[in-house]
Design a protein around this ligand. Structure first.
Ligand SMILES: Cc1cc2nc3c(=O)[nH]c(=O)nc-3n(C[C@H](O)[C@H](O)[C@H](O)COP(=O)(O)OP(=O)(O)OC[C@H]3O[C@@H](n4cnc5c(N)ncnc54)[C@H](O)[C@@H]3O)c2cc1C
Length: 478
């Protein structure tokens, strides 16, 4: 007799594993299917995020930042070091240990919550049946009242630069370099390209980023993207905008990349090339032809605002559906779906998903940019506070960037919070909380902030919206 569950989740990334844990917590008999194996051939839960995404990239960003600071940022504090070395295999090993700890943690959480882990490839059949194919080819049919598809995404390949995971790598390969490439090329100035480029630049690589678009970080507020471009250039990242890669030729341990820009045909030689041009949804062999689940025109699983697919009782969440490709978006969609399966009236506020780029300075935002709001005809007031005027940032010798708060000119309601600077990711979350509760700039301005903290920059930016900042000269008179 086939196994039967209340909920079967396909994919154990931050979308799928969170949904599975939540479902079990709410008393539903739950199974989660995952096929990913680590380098030792063992099942590893956690998806892209834990295995080859958010966590390993942040581990390398943190290690490389410590090295960079020790090399370039200590002397101002009166600290000197004799000789500084970096052991790249040890750094990569530390990253792998963190990944192992966290993926093992998900397995323990499954156990503790009573989620059944099923190893293998899951495929949705008609009638909410799921075909599970184990690594040895054994096939089992599982029945479910509800199926959650959470198969995630994978890197996009481009014909001019085919990935060989040796000289031309994708984001996964870029987390495994065993030495610092002397000349590193990155195709794509998106979040992943900038983060991985930063890691290796801090460790001494000469990094060139080739970006086809003319605009830098187009999703960010223009003031932020301008500041970021200026800062990254100063740090030595050579970011070439309007540079469209047309071909590449691997010659031994080097790759010659050709591209066109405003000046015409160009070519440049690298020791390693990272292709980071985006990610596409994973739907290969996921849906039987009679499953009834539709894809949209871009190949994502088609869902409504509640992540319901075209088949009642079948849901899809995370990178495999429309919207931002972010771990926290995937997880919250998972929670929403499970709550709705239980009959609760859960919904997600898609307008308040924070975005973060973990470069230095960090870049983070939530809500709308000034440009979008102006294009929508919304009149706004803007308050900005530079970290150069923050005592805490000065103490930390980390004064680059600013906090920018945008509020509706008529109601003072906060519509966007944009931060470039130290701890931007943490600071912007305060903006997200305030916005979720419909806060005005004045509300934030009236709160008591600890001194000295970086958070005071958020306080001052909120005060500046209405011309009331204390520690800078206000542009707007009260
Ligand atoms: C280098 C890098 C850095 C990133 N950094 C961040 C960050 O800092 N913050 C952030 O929010 N996001 C970050 N992301 C994005 C984040 O990893 C994804 O948004 C997130 O993992 C999506 O979660 P998911 O559950 O939808 O899919 P995934 O994490 O991709 O998980 C899907 C899982 O499903 C499994 N699967 C697929 N098909 C099947 C099948 N048929 N049967 C069984 N199993 C299947 C896969 O093996 C995989 O484990 C980063 C991504 C990369 C590549």
């Amino acid at each position: 007799m086939s196994q039967k569950f209340d909920v079967v989740v396909i994919g154990a990334g931050p979308g799928g594993y969170v949904a599975a844990i939540k479902a079990a917590q709410l008393g539903l008999k739950t199974a989660c299917i995952e096929k990913y194996q680590d380098k030792e051939g063992k099942l590893a839960l956690g998806g892209t995020c834990l295995n080859v995404g958010c966590i390993p990239s942040k581990a390398l960003l943190d290690s490389s930042w410590k090295f960079y600071e020790a090399k370039n940022g200590f002397s101002v504090h009166g600290i000197s070091t004799s000789e500084l070395n970096i052991d790249i295999p040890a750094m990569i090993g530390r990253k792998s240990t963190i990944v192992k700890g966290l993926t093992g943690g998900v397995a323990s959480l499954f156990k503790a919550n009573g989620v059944t882990t099923l190893q293998g490839h899951g495929k949705l059949l008609a009638g909410k049946k799921v075909e599970l194919t184990a690594a040895d080819g054994t096939v089992e049919i599982i029945e479910a009242d509800h199926v959650i598809l959470a198969s995630g995404s994978r890197p996009i390949d481009i014909p001019p630069a085919p990935v060989d995971q040796k000289v031309i790598v994708d984001s996964t390969g870029a987390l495994e370099f065993q030495q610092v490439p002397q000349r590193l090329g990155v195709i794509g100035a998106g979040v992943i390209g900038l983060e991985l480029g930063s890691v290796w630049a801090r460790l001494g690589a000469q990094v060139t980023v080739l970006e086809a678009l003319e605009k830098f970080i187009p999703a960010a507020d223009e003031a932020v993207s301008k500041e970021a471009l200026k800062t990254f250039n100063k740090q030595g990242l050579d970011i070439k905008l309007g540079a469209r890669v047309t071909g590449s030729k691997v010659e031994g341990e080097q790759v010659v990349v050709s591209y066109t820009d405003a000046a015409g045909e160009q070519s440049i030689t690298f020791d390693r090339l990272i292709v980071a041009v985006g990610r596409r949804p994973v739907t290969t062999d996921l849906l039987a032809s009679d499953s009834g689940v539709d894809l949209d025109e871009r190949g994502f699983i088609y869902v409504d605002d509640y992540c319901t697919t075209s088949v009642p009782g079948v849901y899809a969440i995370g990178d495999v559906v429309r919207g931002l490709m972010l771990a926290h978006k995937a997880s919250e969609e998972g929670i929403m779906v499970v709550e709705r399966i239980k009959g609760h009236k859960a919904q997600m506020n898609y307008n308040l998903i924070p975005s973060v780029i973990y470069t230095h300075p960090e870049i983070a935002w939530v809500g709308k940019t000034e440009q979008t709001l102006k294009a929508e005809g919304v009149e706004v007031n803007v308050g900005t506070f530079p970290f150069a005027a923050s005592g805490r940032a000065m103490a930390a010798n980390d004064t680059g960037g600013f906090v920018k708060i945008i509020a509706d000119a008529k109601t003072d309601r906060v519509l966007g919070v944009h931060v470039i600077g130290p701890s931007a990711a943490e600071l912007v979350q305060q903006g997200a909380i305030a916005m979720e509760f419909g806060s005005s700039a004045e509300d934030i301005g009236m709160m008591v902030f600890s001194h000295p903290t970086l958070s005071e920059a958020l306080h001052e930016a909120a005060l500046a919206v209405n011309g009331g900042a204390i520690h800078i000269q206000n542009r707007k008179k009260r």
